[in-house]
Design a binder for this molecule. Structure first.
Ligand SMILES: Cc1cc2nc3c(=O)[nH]c(=O)nc-3n(C[C@H](O)[C@H](O)[C@H](O)COP(=O)(O)OP(=O)(O)OC[C@H]3O[C@@H](n4cnc5c(N)ncnc54)[C@H](O)[C@@H]3O)c2cc1C
Length: 489
């Protein structure tokens, strides 16, 4: 291993994105992954039945469909079909009502009745400038993205939706519940400016590049990345944890797809006091607690339209979502949790059998909470889909401590690799002009604990690789990420 140009530690989407870029730039690159399998948050497995594929972590990929790294990498051209549900996400309410984000903005507005025109006014400017909005929100937060100056609508909307100012905009419950359901993806206090940004990002993507699920499971994305990495000379070692940064001496550059806690364990004793203090003051947020169900029927949602939604946010109205998310922040396990749920067979029939179907569902609980969420989650689904419990053939829970054990980056079960509040979004993981650089010579961070933060978009790895190429190898132009056949055309 000594002698490689670069070593990447960790094979999550950010480590893999960085490794692909460095290998394509002509460097010799090795990757070390602690787990027996590559992929980090991009693994899929047969949990109960060999014909039924469950996503272990991420399942729904609006960010991979829209972000710059994957736009250039071009998953569909590499045979990874991004299956698009007709309804990107839905949000059931009591009494059989639901908010429904169709791919079509017009259809969505029609379903929202008297609130349709307001919803259109909120989303249309973002849809018209989608690529700029995406690039601004997936920036490294150090350069003012040109789109922000061209599109004043974005900061204004983030301010409105990220504070209490938006309270009286809509007349009925559906639209506010839909936006609150997206805000819940921020895994933090609600409302908040980071959540406002996520509402704008994921909200408008529902009507542009969609909220797809990869055919065959999230693992397909990791496989495409690994295939490209190996094709460009990369070497991958799985079952190969790095315990001490000194193991990597010899490589010109080291990129760590690890969070601050992992970095402290690897190299804390070598860090200057100021950086050490800043890293130690980094905070982790609420955790995920997940349930995988094997069910015999499609979920019997009271609102039949929800049977066409790839993702469903289950909780109730906006106030209920906020109460659940704020409880987790305050260290309380919500009795009626906000649930992110995906039923892959809605859009990818090959993921199971007609009477053996996977359901992916998780909620947020206090960091480190050992609570088994299975019963709470089942009851919440049952509330909006009477009869659901009778369809359940098997159940497997993953508690917050089990997530922490599964992946060292999920400290206390925090799957966002650190609390997503304004301070930690802008100065992630520490206040530093270039957050990917560390005070250790040649050592860089590239995980979701750097900007632009959590999610499967690869952009943390992209910016880290860009820094490494420029600083360590004098390469200023990033290599093409397009599939090789496409480049030759
Ligand atoms: C239940 C759940 C649901 C999610 N749902 C979605 C979703 O639907 N859509 C979405 O976009 N995102 C989702 N996410 C978030 C997404 O998976 C993460 O934000 C993303 O995977 C972060 O990528 P990463 O490369 O930074 O780190 P990770 O994917 O966490 O990968 C880090 C890798 O580094 C390895 N590693 C750590 N330390 C060491 C070491 N010392 N030596 C060697 N290897 C090491 C780990 O084993 C791991 O494989 C979800 C996550 C979870 C857990």
């Amino acid at each position: 291993m000594a002698g490689s140009d670069a070593i990447v530690v960790g094979s999550g989407p950010n480590g893999l994105a960085a490794a692909v870029i460095l290998a394509r730039a002509g460097l010799s690159v090795e990757m070390r992954e602690a787990a027996s399998d590559f992929g980090g948050g991009l693994r899929s497995r047969a949990l109960f039945d060999r014909d039924v594929v469950h996503d272990v972590c991420s399942a729904v990929h609006p960010m991979a469909a829209a972000g710059r790294f994957f736009r250039e990498f071009d998953l569909p051209a590499r045979g990874v079909e991004l299956c698009q549900p007709e309804i990107s996400y839905g949000h059931p309410l009591d009494g059989g009502r639901a908010g429904l984000a169709y791919r079509s903005l017009g259809q969505t507005c029609e379903a929202l009745g008297p609130d349709g025109a307001r919803y259109a006014r909120l989303m249309r400017p973002l849809i018209e400038h989608s690529q700029g909005v995406v690039d601004a929100l997936f920036s490294d937060f150090r350069r003012i993205p040109p789109e922000l100056t061209a599109l004043p609508a974005l900061p204004l909307r983030i301010l409105l939706e990220g504070t209490t100012l938006a309270r009286h905009v809509f007349r009925r419950d559906e639209a506010p519940a839909m936006l609150a359901g997206i805000a819940g993806h921020s895994i933090g206090r609600l409302p908040s400016l980071p959540a406002g940004g996520i509402i704008m990002l994921l909200g408008h993507l529902a009507h542009t590049t969609g909220w797809p699920l990869p055919q065959g499971g999230s693992r397909r994305i990791a496989e495409a990345l690994v295939e490209d990495f190996l094709a460009h000379g990369g070497v991958l070692h799985t079952g190969s944890p790095v315990d001490d940064i000194r193991e990597l001496a010899g490589a010109k550059a080291v990129l760590l797809d690890v969070g601050p806690r992992g970095f402290l364990d690897l190299a804390g004793e070598w860090m200057p006091p100021g950086y050490l203090r800043a890293l130690r003051s980094y905070r982790y947020g609420p955790a995920a607690a997940k349930v995988d169900f094997l069910v015999s029927e499609p979920i019997p949602w009271a609102n039949h339209e929800l049977r066409r939604a790839g993702t469903v946010h289950v909780c109730g109205d906006k106030a209920a979502v906020y109460a659940s998310e704020n409880a987790a922040i305050q260290g309380k396990v919500p009795e009626q949790p906000y649930i992110l749920l995906a039923e892959p067979l809605v859009t990818d029939p090959g993921r199971g059998l007609p009477h053996k179907r996977p359901v992916w569902a998780y909620c947020h609980v206090p960091n480190g909470s050992p609570v088994d969420p299975a019963d709470r989650i089942r009851r919440q689904i049952e509330r909006f889909a009477p009869g659901f419990s009778d369809t359940v053939l098997d159940v497997r829970s993953t508690t917050a401590p089990e997530f922490a054990k599964y992946n060292a980056n999920y400290v206390g079960g925090d799957i966002a690799a650190g609390a997503v509040n304004l301070r930690q979004l802008l100065a992630r993981p520490v206040p530093r002009w270039n957050p990917y650089r560390t005070p250790l010579s040649g050592v860089y961070l590239c995980s979701a604990a750097t900007p632009p933060g959590p999610g499967v978009h690869g952009m943390c790895g992209y910016y880290a690789a860009e820094t490494v190429l420029r600083r360590e190898f004098g390469i200023r132009e990033l290599p093409s990420l397009a599939p090789d056949e496409k480049r030759l055309q």
